[in-house]
Design a protein around this ligand. Structure first.
Ligand SMILES: *[C@@H]1O[C@H](CO)[C@@H](O)[C@H](O)[C@H]1NC(C)=O
Ligand SMILES: *[C@@H]1O[C@H](CO)[C@@H](O)[C@H](O)[C@H]1NC(C)=O
Ligand SMILES: *[C@@H]1O[C@H](CO)[C@@H](O)[C@H](O)[C@H]1NC(C)=O
Ligand SMILES: *[C@@H]1O[C@H](CO)[C@@H](O)[C@H](O)[C@H]1NC(C)=O
Ligand SMILES: *[C@@H]1O[C@H](CO)[C@@H](O)[C@H](O)[C@H]1NC(C)=O
Ligand SMILES: *[C@@H]1O[C@H](CO)[C@@H](O)[C@H](O)[C@H]1NC(C)=O
Ligand SMILES: *[C@@H]1O[C@H](CO)[C@@H](O)[C@H](O)[C@H]1NC(C)=O
Ligand SMILES: *[C@@H]1O[C@H](CO)[C@@H](O)[C@H](O)[C@H]1NC(C)=O
Ligand SMILES: *[C@@H]1O[C@H](CO)[C@@H](O)[C@H](O)[C@H]1NC(C)=O
Ligand SMILES: *[C@@H]1O[C@H](CO)[C@@H](O)[C@H](O)[C@H]1NC(C)=O
Ligand SMILES: *[C@@H]1O[C@H](CO)[C@@H](O)[C@H](O)[C@H]1NC(C)=O
Ligand SMILES: *[C@@H]1O[C@H](CO)[C@@H](O)[C@H](O)[C@H]1NC(C)=O
Length: 529
């Protein structure tokens, strides 16, 4: 079955390992997980297994952390990492796709999609919103009798867009038919996946806007689809494998409506609240019957794109940026670009502003990805995620690549559908964690090795180490025996002597006024292994 989700290929892959060859999926799609990639492990957080993050920085890239939605490892998780690649937070159990730092009612929040995949490619989930303590504050559900009532929520993974008016924009896919699809080479009693935009109120789950692509086939005709021919790749057009003509993969609320991307028409659209499609920019001229409204300037073409976003400048001219994937199939690795266009709605012209790529290390991803302009200490930099290729890059304002992070093999199953970079200060309500064991140091003799971490506490500067002596092995008699600066997600330090009880106290990191926060007191875990 085909939904609007390539992404789920990977999720299914790892969660159930159920890719069943020719029945679904793409011809040539990799079915093995690819080369091994090392995972990080921590003494104090044994269930966290983020991939090792290789970082190559060649210029000032700012201090803000990076948000990834890791899929394809044994722990599906949202993670936050520092610009040097050090883990700051890992959370979620199942999926936290589209992990996005945002502001809701003036407060910092994180949003992400979480849900269930069923059969092969369908997905039903809700939008989780967390505060800066990583506590769940909203679980936004898409509910509409027309979508069914089997699932608690029908949002799919492709879009999680928080508006400035306390609502989220999501997409969903629903099976349509039977309908005569013979005019595009399909069955006369054919089925296809319609793609819909919904805007939902965060607090009440009320549907504020709903728009169906199939209902607007006067302006978005099925003949505009490039998802042909019918078959394994785009669906057979029957109930089990409906045709996937649109593949909506982004939807954004803008001042005067919504801007959305259909990958399978290589087109970006603007729809106003009454449902009228007011403009559409066809990125490719390979579907000759399409009516191009715009005069397309040099180098403005794009195809199979993701994450189309508009930054409004004025009523008549806007900046449009997107990931120009430039690849139809998993077997293709044409160069993928971050494309920035100026759209002039007075003279209906599209001009290329920039087409970003790292010439020394070009990436080619057939699906997934995000592309956004940064602010704050990396003002006017551009940040790109390469979807199915587990690489993110930052470009400075002049278009030079200054930061590359890789977190999986390029031909494998680890990926982050999108990635974000923004200011974030996390103050978890959990306590710091500690672990300790005994070992021998060549210089100092017997030592107690202490591990300290605090998942999500971004502001911790270091650790005070409190130990209880073995000759007085009671848990109330701990004394501060040393301190260490933070060296990463887990700080490891050694204190001379053999102690039996240990506790750590953070130096900073807690929410004021209780900035230094203690762990539990635990017994030392014997000799280090
Ligand atoms: C996720 O849940 C599974 C059980 O469903 C559990 O075994 C695993 O430890 C959990 N992982 C995390 C990171 O919480
Ligand atoms: C995430 O989705 C899974 C699968 O639907 C569900 O079991 C789990 O409870 C969800 N987690 C949260 C925090 O809602
Ligand atoms: C096009 O849309 C109209 C109504 O919006 C519908 O009656 C018709 O069946 C649609 N055609 C196809 C091929 O879906
Ligand atoms: C749909 O088409 C595929 C490929 O021909 C076939 O395997 C499947 O059984 C068909 N499903 C139905 C309901 O006809
Ligand atoms: C929908 O809104 C657009 C722009 O505001 C307007 O031009 C158009 O006439 C409206 N269409 C209908 C059917 O109301
Ligand atoms: C279009 O791209 C080509 C090749 O990169 C370049 O030589 C040319 O200057 C570009 N044209 C414009 C108008 O940017
Ligand atoms: C832009 O449009 C808004 C509402 O449609 C209007 O109030 C405003 O005056 C317009 N601005 C310009 C510069 O035309
Ligand atoms: C990408 O590369 C393939 C060859 O591997 C080529 O056939 C195709 O036209 C290229 N472009 C796109 C947009 O897929
Ligand atoms: C459209 O107008 C803009 C200025 O707003 C100008 O830069 C551009 O060259 C014009 N394009 C065409 C095709 O006339
Ligand atoms: C526990 O340690 C404290 C401080 O060293 C000491 O005052 C107290 O007597 C000890 N209690 C026991 C039961 O050993
Ligand atoms: C911690 O770092 C500061 C400077 O950043 C340094 O002065 C201090 O000696 C370090 N402390 C330890 C325990 O390494
Ligand atoms: C936190 O610990 C550090 C290092 O021991 C200390 O300098 C600082 O005063 C403590 N802060 C508070 C609020 O107790």
């Amino acid at each position: 079955m085909f939904s609007c989700l390539y992404l789920l290929l990977a999720v299914i892959h790892t969660v159930t390992g159920q890719i069943s060859g020719g029945e679904i999926g793409w011809v040539g799609e990799p079915t093995d997980p690819g080369p091994a990639w090392p995972l990080q492990t921590f003494v104090t957080e044994p269930i966290l297994r983020p991939p090792v993050i290789k970082t190559d920085q060649s210029g000032p890239a700012g201090d803000n952390p990076i948000f990834l939605d890791i899929q394809g490892t044994d722990q599906q998780a949202g993670i936050i990492v520092s610009p040097s690649g050090s883990l700051l937070w890992s959370g979620g159990n199942g999926s936290l796709v589209n992990l996005t730092p945002e502001t809701l009612n003036g407060q910092p929040v994180m949003l992400a999609w979480n849900g269930t995949t069923i059969g092969h490619l369908e997905a039903y989930g809700s939008i989780l919103i967390f505060d800066d303590s990583y506590e769940l504050i909203y679980d936004v559900k898409l509910q509409d009798p027309e979508l069914g009532n089997e699932w608690p929520s029908y949002a799919n993974t492709h879009e999680v867009f928080l508006t400035g008016r306390g609502s989220v924009v999501v997409t969903t896919a629903v099976r349509k038919g039977p309908t005569d699809l013979s005019f595009v080479g399909g069955p006369t009693e054919g089925y296809f996946w319609d793609c819909l935009i919904y805007e939902i109120d965060v607090k009440t789950n009320q549907v504020l806007f709903k728009w169906s692509t199939a209902d607007h086939n006067n302006t978005v005709p099925l003949t505009d689809s490039r998802a042909l021919p019918f078959g394994v790749g785009y669906g057979w057009g029957n109930t089990t494998f409906p045709w996937n003509p649109y593949h909506m993969n982004s939807a954004q609320a803008v001042d005067d409506g919504y801007v959305f991307s259909l990958r399978h028409t290589s087109t970006v659209y603007h729809v106003v609240p009454n449902g009228t499609v007011t403009w559409q920019i066809h990125g490719s001229n390979e579907t000759p019957q399409m009516i191009q409204q715009f005069q397309m300037g040099a180098n403005t073409s794009f195809s199979w794109q993701h994450d189309a976003r508009v930054a409004s400048k004025s009523n008549s001219s806007l900046e449009l940026h997107l990931v120009d994937n430039n690849n139809e199939l998993p077997t293709q690795h044409n160069e993928t670009y971050g494309l920035i266009l100026t759209v002039d709605l007075n003279n209906m012209s599209v001009t290329e502003m920039a087409r970003l790529t790292d010439e020394k290390d070009p990436q080619g991803t057939f699906a997934g990805g995000s592309f956004a302009k940064l602010d704050g200490d990396a003002d006017s930099h551009w940040f790109i995620d390469y979807g199915f290729v587990p690489v993110v890059k930052e470009f400075d304002a002049a278009g030079n690549c200054i930061l590359t992070m890789q977190f999986g093999p390029k031909e494998g199953s680890i990926l982050s559908y999108r990635a974000f970079r923004a200011e974030w200060h996390g103050y978890p309500k959990t306590k710091p964690k500690v672990g300790a064991c005994w070992t021998t140091d060549r210089v100092h003799g017997p030592v107690t090795r202490v591990h300290a971490s605090w998942n999500g506490a971004t502001e911790v500067a270091g650790w005070n180490v409190l130990l209880g002596s073995s000759s007085n092995s009671n848990t109330t008699g701990l004394t501060k025996m040393g301190a260490a600066n933070r060296t990463g997600f887990e700080t490891v330090t050694e204190i001379q002597g053999t102690y039996t009880f240990v506790q750590v106290e953070s130096i900073g990191g807690g929410r004021a006024p209780h900035t230094n926060v203690t762990s539990e007191i635990i017994p030392v875990d014997g000799t280090c292994v």
